[in-house]
Design a protein around this ligand. Structure first.
Ligand code: PNS
Length: 160
């Protein structure tokens, strides 16, 4: 039986923390779908197409990873792709409450779906896309925190 995991997120933009979790998820499942959520209530810095391109550039070639986007409920998307595991990262205690609620709601909506929490590499635990956007906006150094493709996309976006 092939086990498919979904790693969903906004990825606006993808960071080395996301990449770290994607590689760890490959140790748990045969196939990992990295799924960019389309959220009409958010005004992202990068379009869905840009985020998929940046994920591709960040991860590089890996046949067991698929990049996708989805709208609507994650629980429904997981069912449509026959995924049985959702992977989410836990960086700090502050992440826990909302992640706990989301995991329970997703399991209620799709009883075949289990959420697995992974902890990123210690030196990436403070990293978030929102911090990356903030540092990028003011031209700060993001070496080691995002891929060169994301650093370049931020420079172009902010004209830094
Ligand atoms: O990277 P993020 O912003 O923390 O990711 C949150 C995300 C996209 C995984 C979450 O908001 C989500 O699953 N959205 C899809 C809609 C949905 O299923 N919402 C109910 C979750 S219980």
């Amino acid at each position: 039986m092939t086990h498919t995991a979904i790693y969903p997120g906004s990825f606006d933009p993808p960071t080395r923390g996301h990449e770290d979790l994607i590689r760890r998820a490959l140790g748990l499942a045969d196939r990992v779908i990295v799924a960019v959520a389309i959220n009409p209530n958010k005004a992202p810095l990068f379009s869905v197409e840009e985020r998929l391109r940046l994920l591709d550039a960040t991860i590089g070639p890996e046949p067991r990873i698929e990049l996708a986007s989805f709208s609507g409920l994650l629980a429904d998307f997981a069912r449509s792709r026959e995924a049985t595991v959702v992977v989410r990262g836990l960086r700090a205690v502050s992440d826990f409450e909302s992640e706990f609620q989301m995991a329970l709601m997703n399991r209620r909506l799709n009883p075949g779906l289990e959420t697995v929490f992974l902890v990123p590499a210690l030196d990436l635990t403070y990293l978030s896309s929102s911090l990356v956007r903030e540092v990028g906006r003011f031209g700060g150094n993001l070496d080691g925190l995002v891929s060169p493709a994301v650093a370049e996309a931020l420079r172009q976006r902010f004209g830094a």
